[in-house]
Design a protein around this ligand. Sequence first.
Ligand code: ADP
Ligand code: ADP
Length: 229
Amino acid sequence: DKIIEATHVSKWYGSFRALTDVNLTVRKGERIVICGPSGSGKSTLIRCFNRLEANQEGEIRVNGMLLHNKMRNVTEVRKNVGMVFQHFNLFPHMTVLMNCMAGPMWIKGVPEAQAKQTALKYLERVRIPEQANKYPVQLSGGQQQRVAIARSLCMEPAVMLFDEPTSALDPEMVSEVLETMTSLARDGMTMVCVTHEMGFARAVADRIIFMDKGRIVEEANPNDFFTNP
Ligand code: ADP
Ligand code: ADP
């Protein structure tokens, strides 16, 4: 039931060491929050999980599949690992519906009619089916981020990665995105979230991982963490 298994992962950007001997196992249905100061390697670590970055040392397995450092099986990896970014990264020239259909059609080869059904299902799941025919620019930041979540869900990934999904939002839009993420967590979605939202961490996380200078320096159960001074 291991969805992600990272062992002795190290990564350099040139001569700068961004990750040092990181070990992390994510089991099916687990919700993990990663926190730590800016520049501590949180984003780099989860970007290694979906092969936006490659680690030079150590091994990462997703659903048992070893990720190649030469990125050979990157498409297979991305079918299994969904990712939501700080800046939404929607395709601006496509409608919300097409943004959601694109992955299933072009990466998975799902027929158009079926991709549309899937897209509508997940747009309903994030409660914005009525925005299906709009373009991203016509939506609020919170709505765009929910579309980005729906788009990832359309691939029916084994795990969802969130990289500071609320950091770029206006304050009044943070809660709608956190509510969507909380609802996914309640449904049993396996999630790894880089976030500074401690209320979310407390409500949702099974484990909180602290990173500093490229290392995991502490791991806590949220109950222990929030009750001990
Ligand atoms: P965090 O997500 O914790 O803020 P990051 O993983 O984004 O940290 O970055 C970790 C460190 O690696 C930072 O010092 C950052 O400047 C550096 N870094 C990130 N991406 C690159 C890159 N593409 N090239 C060089 N250095 C990078
Ligand atoms: P975001 O906050 O949206 O994650 P970042 O500012 O952390 O954006 O990084 C944006 C891009 O710049 C990423 O692809 C990251 O790898 C790269 N990057 C971050 N730090 C550095 C750095 N010191 N040198 C080169 N590239 C970097």
